[in-house]
Design a binder for this molecule. Sequence first.
Ligand code: MN
Length: 305
Amino acid sequence: MIGERRIVLEPREVPLGGVRGMNVLRVLPHRNLPTIGAWCFLDRFGPADTRMRVEPHPHIGLQTVTWPLVGEIRHRDSLGSDADLRRGQLNLMTAGNGISHSEYSIGDDPIPLDALQFWVVLPESARHGSGGFERHTELPQVTLSADAGEDATGVVVLGEFAGAVSPATVYTPIVGAEISVPAGTRVRLPLRPEWEHALMLVECDATVATHAMPRNEMLYLGDSREFVEVYSAQGALLFLIGGEPFENEIVMWWNFAGRTHDEIVEARADWEAASDRFGVVDGHDIRIPAPPLPDVRLMPRGRKI
Ligand code: MN
């Protein structure tokens, strides 16, 4: 067991660079905490007026979880998927052994855009398999009775929360849920003591386990909790992630999640060679080239929390 924790994970600004040409706020991975359950990555892009053009790029060994807050996003991938996504809907892409995709904002002009993109690392049983894409427009909602104020609500995006189960395909015991807390409400969010959890404050104000959170901060809660208490004065939007602590050490580099340096080198070479492994995303003239590998061998980042 890990035990109860209350550790602040501060986000940092990251330029996506190259043809992506936009700044994002990177919340995960944290240097001391490579995974929370199987969650291994979280970027917030926005809020901003943006003409987003994330050109085709590859993934291995993970699922991408795209959750728009404002604006619409068009997803295309090497399986032939072409899907528009808006607030309240989930895009879930499973990379398996290899997939490629692009993400554009809708239209040719900048639009107000704000979205969360998470990655979930795949276990051994799924990471060598074929890719997949799902869009979910109907997700379960749960009511969380308040100790003071009005009841809070949750949308179960991935896995299981408060007795409801998302229809999205997952490969590890996991939770991802968007939580809305009305103004003046104090509520206990039910947690599984055997899972680790973290909460991100997406909008407004919240005090979580007596810690006052700034917007975009993530608070790591450890495990061993039956619930966590949340209070909001103005009304808050939060995102809860968690799950069974991921057993394997992972090597993450660029858009790849593997177990060894050599796997990453091979995936990079396959992308650069335009191998069938990653297929083709129709309707694009350009693809994002892989950055150069570092001079050192890629190593798993250990857990220091
Ligand atoms: Mn991607």
